[in-house]
Design a protein around this ligand. Structure first.
Ligand SMILES: Nc1nc2c(ncn2[C@@H]2O[C@H](COP(=O)(O)OP(=O)(O)OP(=O)(O)O)[C@@H](O)[C@H]2O)c(=O)[nH]1
Ligand SMILES: [Mg+2]
Length: 422
């Protein structure tokens, strides 16, 4: 239970709520010994629109009175931020979560005991959710071993292990490579690449917004000189976010735009220059030559630049996104992936396939169309988004039973919790 409990405490911040609820329940039970167990069961909450733990906590803990000057501690700030992040991933992964939880609960209800039939059905479920064949085989093999090691007999007892293994498989050779290679005191150059319509320009707008909010001086370079309207689209983003955009006319050489942009960025003491590029898979050879030329110009003007070459992939295109990544990887040094439109797919497993089968870190994920819907990727917030209701309900149930000294019951077919019922 410790893993689910940690995720719940970290991302949902409802532990104090529960404590209060449980205390209230105790109170109720003392007052009304007739009340049935079913009635007094804590209602698992499954939605958290925006984390607002501060006011709630204020009523509950003495320590918080120390902050009546309006300031909050760093720990409290971090707690609120991580709850906001949890809420974002939960919202953005709603479609995938419904799919993952429903399927997993169905499997658990169908195969009560842990056996080969269950593992095969689980493999199939994960492959259908775009997790990727090799990753699924690796994951389920680990589960087999773990189930044996811990002597887990009932499939319902495997829920937490499955989620834990997903994080482990993502982190197995964790080199913290999801961290962006950005340094203070130098001009950082990010090159955004990818095929048509995957979300490059939108992502640049969102990144500019994020970095600007962090106090960085940001500039954009309109390197998509190919598609009509692309330059204007970037200029609109520049205005919206409040950052300068360097551009030339449509049809001009993108490498020349890069050259101009770097000069302007140096001149204006810019911290981060983000470069848009055109996406043309049908014209692959040309596109790649053009990219290499851009990179060459950038590298000559700024040592070690571009510091990041981010490949945008559209999560809704599933296995196609993987093959795009393979093509790009062959011809250019992709340093990270931005996986856009995760909110638009029920097959959020693609993140695992990318990381595990391509060995390229996912640096950001697009969880919606709003400016702050681009979030740094983190495997724990990801699995929380994928299994939040299951995590919360399991912890609620466990804690309730611990508190009341009852043996932990298993959800049977007939009495499955709300989201388990079809
Ligand atoms: N729902 C959702 N939509 C997104 C996300 N990221 C981008 N989009 C949408 O995807 C569409 C295409 O985005 P663009 O940024 O124009 O894509 P692009 O890669 O620059 O396209 P080209 O310039 O044609 O190569 C737009 O309608 C965006 O609003 C996301 O994370 N979630
Ligand atoms: Mg574009």
């Amino acid at each position: 239970m410790s893993f689910f409990k940690r995720l719940k405490d970290k991302f949902s911040g409802k532990s104090s709520d529960e404590e209060k609820e449980l205390k209230d329940l105790d109170q109720d039970e003392k007052q009304d010994s007739e009340s049935s167990k079913e009635d007094s069961k804590p209602e698992p909450k499954s939605t958290l629109p925006e984390a607002q733990p501060k006011e709630e906590k204020k009523e509950e803990t003495k320590d918080d009175f120390e902050f009546d000057d309006g300031l909050i501690s760093i720990e409290e700030f971090e707690e609120i931020e991580s709850q906001k992040l949890g809420a974002k991933f939960k919202q953005g992964l709603e479609k995938s979560r419904e799919n993952f939880q429903e399927q997993l609960n169905n499997l658990i209800a169908r195969y009560r005991t842990v056996d080969e039939d269950f593992f095969e059905a689980l493999e199939e479920m994960l492959i259908t959710a775009d997790v990727g064949f090799n990753t699924v085989m690796e994951l389920v093999d680990e589960l087999r071993t773990e189930a044996q090691r811990r002597n887990i007999k009932e499939t319902s007892d495997l829920k937490e292990v499955i989620v834990e293994k997903i994080v482990e498989i993502y982190e197995q050779d964790d080199d913290h490579s999801e961290v962006m290679n950005l340094e203070d005191g130098r001009l950082n150059v990010i090159l955004m690449v990818g095929v048509n319509g995957v979300g490059k320009t939108t992502t640049i707008g969102k990144l500019a917004h994020r970095y600007k909010a962090e106090g960085k001086k940001v500039m954009l370079a309109a390197g998509d000189t190919f598609r009509a309207g692309a330059i204007n689209q970037l200029k609109v983003w520049g205005e919206r976010v409040g950052v300068d955009v360097v551009s030339q006319s449509e049809g001009s050489d993108p490498a020349a735009v890069m050259y101009d942009a770097i000069n302007a960025a140096k001149h204006k003491d810019v911290d981060i220059l983000i470069c848009d590029t055109a996406g043309r898979l049908q014209n692959k050879a040309n596109l790649m030559n053009e990219l290499e030329k851009m990179k060459h110009v950038i590298g000559k003007a700024v040592p070690d630049a571009p510091h990041e070459v981010l490949l945008c992939l559209d999560a809704t295109t599933g296995q196609n996104a993987l093959s795009q990544a393979r093509s790009f990887k062959e011809v250019t040094n992709v340093t990270g992936i931005v996986l856009t439109k995760l909110d638009g797919t029920a097959k959020g497993g693609i993140v695992l396939a990318i990381r595990n089968e391509l060995r390229i870190p996912v640096k950001y994920v697009g969880l919606g169309e709003k400016l702050d819907d681009l979030q740094p990727f983190n495997p724990e917030s990801y699995v929380y988004g994928l299994f939040a209701d299951m995590i919360e309900e399991t912890v609620d149930e466990y804690e309730y039973k611990e508190e009341h000294g009852e043996p932990v019951e298993r959800a049977e077919d007939g009495e499955a919790s709300s989201h388990e019922q079809k």
